[in-house]
Design a protein around this ligand. Structure first.
Ligand SMILES: Cc1cc2nc3c(=O)[nH]c(=O)nc-3n(C[C@H](O)[C@H](O)[C@H](O)COP(=O)(O)O)c2cc1C
Length: 241
């Protein structure tokens, strides 16, 4: 298995860092190939604009998706993006490793997605969900949260982890064809004692060793998506929208 970890934490002593180190050790120990993009260590630039491209199709107006389509057809991506796109194409399993920030994921990781998941490389041409570019690959969020588990339930103050991760699970992974593995969540790691910390990393190891068979989250299929689009067009024609 080829595993690509996109690591989004700035502190080497963090629990997130311990999780990525554990993943590299466990997966390579089991004979898998692993690549890590440590976004802060790389100084990854999360700003998405003309810096994404070495080609230009419209110099008057920046339409990111049009420029992406053109760059995809003409090898026109900036080297930092091309390197990340190559890792995405290479992997069988993608892991996002991050702390929850403002009930979302850190901006550096969002910027990585904004730039790397480009038209022609991650989606486009009617390829989405089960017929998406990355169909056959799996993806998982491995995350830490500052709060305790009860606040991350349907009746808790923040709502469920599933609802918070929906934009990633559905909008990023699912949309581009990944089969989405149930997330691995560590609650309030700063309060863990040494033994609890080790136990938690051991639980993560167990998950890492079954990434190819771990339970997954359902996503729509292409027919569902096209059915919705078709229906909305038909409703518009009938004046129902
Ligand atoms: C900018 C920022 C925003 C945060 N937002 C949240 C949040 O919305 N919910 C939460 O439970 N914790 C939040 N936290 C706490 C972190 O998620 C927590 O410290 C982290 O998951 C602990 O893992 P670490 O030791 O690897 O940093 C936030 C922390 C920062 C720095």
């Amino acid at each position: 298995m080829r595993v690509f970890i996109v690591h989004a934490h700035h502190e080497p002593t963090s629990f997130n860092h311990a999780m990525t180190s554990e993943a590299v050790a466990v997966l390579t120990g089991a004979g898998h190939e692993v690549m890590v993009s440590d976004l802060y260590a790389m100084g990854f630039d999360p700003v998405s604009d003309r810096r994404n491209f070495v080609t230009v199709t419209d110099s008057e107006k920046l339409n990111q998706q049009s420029e992406e389509a053109y760059a995809s057809a003409h090898q026109g991506y900036a080297p930092d993006l091309q390197a990340e796109m190559d890792k995405l194409a290479w992997c069988d399993i993608l892991i996002f490793q991050f702390p929850i920030w403002w009930l979302g994921f850190p901006a550096i990781l969002k910027g990585w997605v904004d730039r790397v998941f480009a038209v022609g490389r991650a989606y486009g041409g009617g390829r989405w969900f089960d017929s998406g570019v990355f169909a056959g690959k799996r993806a998982m969020c491995s995350m830490t949260v500052g709060g305790p588990a009860p606040v991350y339930t349907d009746s808790g103050v923040y709502g469920s982890i599933g609802s918070i991760l929906h934009p990633i699970h559905r909008g990023i992974f699912g949309f581009t064809g990944f089969t989405v593995i149930e997330p691995f969540v560590v609650y309030d790691p700063k309060r863990l004692g040494d033994e609890e910390r080790l136990a938690c990393l051991a639980r993560y190891s167990e998950r890492l060793l079954v990434l190819d068979s771990a339970p997954t989250i359902e996503n729509p299929n292409t027919a569902d998506y096209e059915g919705f689009v078709l229906k909305s067009v038909q409703d518009k024609h009938r004046g129902l929208d």
